[in-house]
Write a protein that binds this ligand. Structure first.
Ligand code: SF4
Length: 400
């Protein structure tokens, strides 16, 4: 399918909208629902707050990114503009439970999922359908267009940039190596715009790709490993001769770069410097916001911290990566999605990396305590404020 031509024709449709109107009323509602005076004052105070025995240190970049702010505002604007129509959203607008709850409260319905597949059967001609910040697959867009829906596309421009990169690979008959999570909505959308592609989760999987290219891994082992992470009919002997790298925008920047360097070195070894440009190309598609939040986290974990609280949806990829940074420095770190995870009895229910939720008692230690805090790109400041208020209350009430 010519995805580029499809997008061009969709963008010309009167039923397709991708403009953020910056409506004043909406800005007021969003401010009231998500922003926080406490967080603004902590920012003004050098990103720290001291209260009794607790010192809170905030990362210097955290929370809502521009792309998320835009997507949420566009969803609110949609409700204001289409007051009578049914409004759907193809997925969580962003990975944050409180934001998605607000949208439900505004009677925005989520497309139901049946046995892992989205069920669009209730969506009718004339309905309004919002595409979330991390986009939607080209097949979903096609279906909604054919059904005569109004499409409000909040896809972040950074994500669209990655789609353009994989379309460029497709035009040049290059295989896209996508650094991402194979089932993440953004990676599903990106791969729908790609021609031939292979998704690698991390450096270890990229190393297996390199090993295959250099003849150190058998075809059978490769196919078994990547059977569910590649385009239909993928043939590693044929399809790993010319490569381009793309990424899910929320992956760890340093890892995407390492994967790019590894594959570049691999192609250099296999084909030699004179032919390298024929066999490997890379575009920089890492989003600024993800990078800034990761950089701020690296600075924060250099400070003396007793523990770290990372706030964001459990399915939020960029939040998980912030948690990884804390863990890599050996800091006691707790990933929570809502303030309610912290109990008044000094307990916490949190999600250790790659594990299910667990509960722990005596969460806040006694004595003077330095707590680092950050949040993912889809977490409103209001949620961070409530977490800080809980921590302060705990420090006042629990052991001195
Ligand atoms: S994290 Fe980056 S790519 Fe994702 S919505 Fe925010 S600005 Fe866009």
């Amino acid at each position: 399918m010519d995805t580029h031509a499809f997008k061009r024709s969709l963008h010309r449709s009167e039923r397709y909208h991708r403009q953020w109107l910056r409506t004043k009323d909406v800005a007021g509602s969003i401010d009231a629902a998500y922003n926080s005076d406490l967080i603004a004052s902590i920012r003004d105070n050098g990103y720290s707050l001291e209260h009794g025995r607790i010192k809170v240190l905030l990362a210097e970049a955290f929370g809502f990114c521009w792309g998320v702010e835009r997507a949420v505002a566009m969803a609110y604007e949609t409700r204001c503009h289409y007051q009578k129509e049914r409004i759907w959203i193809t997925n969580e607008i962003i990975h944050n439970p409180s934001v998605n709850e607000h949208l439900r409260g505004m009677n925005v319905q989520f497309i139901p999922v049946d046995q892992g597949a989205k069920d669009f059967s209730s969506v009718a001609n004339g309905d309004v359908v919002i595409l979330p910040a991390f986009g939607a697959t080209v097949q979903e867009m096609q279906l909604l267009d054919e059904r005569g829906c109004h499409i409000i596309d909040t896809t972040c421009p950074w994500v669209s940039k990655v789609w353009m990169a994989v379309e460029k690979h497709k035009r040049k008959e290059i295989t896209s190596i996508i650094h991402g999570k194979v089932k993440h909505e953004e990676t599903l959308a990106t791969s729908s715009f790609a021609g031939t592609y292979l998704v690698v989760l991390d450096l270890e999987e990229a190393q297996q790709v390199a090993d295959f290219i250099l003849g150190r891994l058998s075809r059978e082992t490769f196919i078994e490993k990547f059977a569910n992470a590649c385009s239909p009919g993928f043939d590693p002997d044929r399809d790993l001769q010319r490569l381009g790298v793309a990424n899910q925008t929320t992956m760890l920047k340093s890892e995407t770069e390492e994967i790019g360097h590894l594959l570049e070195r691999t192609m250099l070894k296999k084909y030699g410097p004179a032919e390298l440009n024929e066999h490997f190309i890379a575009f920089n598609t890492i989003c600024d916001a993800t990078q800034e939040r990761q950089d701020a986290m690296f600075s924060l974990v250099d400070k003396p911290l007793d523990l770290m609280v990372v706030i964001g949806g459990f399915n939020s990829s960029n939040t998980t990566h912030l948690q990884e940074i804390a863990i890599s420095r050996g800091i006691r770190s707790f990933h929570i999605d809502t303030p309610e995870r912290i109990g008044d009895d000094n307990s916490i229910t949190h999600k250790p990396l790659g594990e299910d939720l667990v509960s722990e008692n005596n969460f806040l230690p006694s004595g003077q305590v330095n707590v680092g805090i950050t949040s993912g790109a889809s977490t409103p400041d209001r949620v961070v404020e409530h977490v800080i208020e809980k921590l302060i209350a705990l420090s006042d009430n629990s052991m001195p």
